[in-house]
Design a binder for this molecule. Structure first.
Ligand code: DX5
Ligand code: ZN
Length: 225
């Protein structure tokens, strides 16, 4: 299965100093950077869009893991790849045509991921697993950083891995030192963390702490099959 990756979410960064915040995360050991795009429609919050992703791409040294919480992923998918996203995650419940969104991302040269909300069953992504590099299991209702982790979503990770899916399993929402081990034990290997990373003075110490906890939990985890 995929290796452990710690992916700070820039949603909790200081937007007035994005370049410095990107450097702070990278110097602290971030494997990728998570970028939350919200449209004020699919989720009740509005964040950033294409021009900011393009500006981040100019500064970033690690890949941008762009998470689009928007109602019209088909219209925008290729444009986020062109703007600099290495991987693009769209929500299963945002479209009736996931296959076309997957094709658009793939044709633009990006890695494809689908996300499921806490209330969305894994059945929504199962038909597409062989075309996905990653599945994102939301562990909060998307829209805001700093929410409480929902452990009840963890069985979805177990079930996804039990299908034989060999791509990455990402978890997003409420991940920190107190929750990362449980997520790892349930088979997640890509960990988005916003407030837990940008909310502390020493990012390197925090990322190291998260990675150590995930590595320890991986070592004691029973094989998926
Ligand atoms: C929530 C976003 C998350 C958010 C996570 O809708 O998708 O990526 O930044 O923030 P924390 O880690 O603070 O829960
Ligand atoms: Zn996110």
């Amino acid at each position: 299965m995929g290796s452990i990756r710690i992916v700070p979410s820039l949603l909790s960064a200081d937007f007035g100093r994005l370049a410095e915040e990107i450097r702070r995360a990278e110097d602290g050991g971030a494997d990728d950077l998570h970028v939350d795009v919200m449209d004020g429609h699919f989720v009740p919050n509005l964040t950033i869009g294409l021009p900011v992703v393009a500006a981040m791409k100019k500064v970033a040294r690690v890949p941008l893991d762009v998470h689009i919480m928007i109602s019209n992923p088909l219209e925008f998918a290729a444009r986020y790849i062109e703007a600099g996203a290495a991987s693009l995650t769209f929500h299963a419940k945002a479209t009736d045509e996931p296959g076309r969104v997957i094709d658009a991302i793939t044709a633009a040269g990006g890695k494809v991921a689908m996300a499921i909300n806490p209330a969305t069953p894994i059945e929504r992504v199962l038909p597409y697993l062989d075309r996905l590099a990653m599945v994102l299991v939301m562990s909060v209702v998307p829209g805001f950083g700093g929410q409480k982790f929902m452990p009840e979503v963890l069985p979805k990770l177990e079930r996804l891995r039990a299908t034989g899916f060999r791509g990455d399993l990402e978890i997003d929402g409420g991940i920190g030192p107190a929750t990362i081990a449980a997520a790892t034990a349930a088979n997640a290997n890509v960990f988005v963390a916003g407030s837990a990373v940008f909310g502390v003075a020493n990012v390197r110490t925090r990322i190291g702490e998260l990675r150590a906890a995930a590595e320890l939990a991986t070592a004691v985890r029973a094989p998926a099959r």
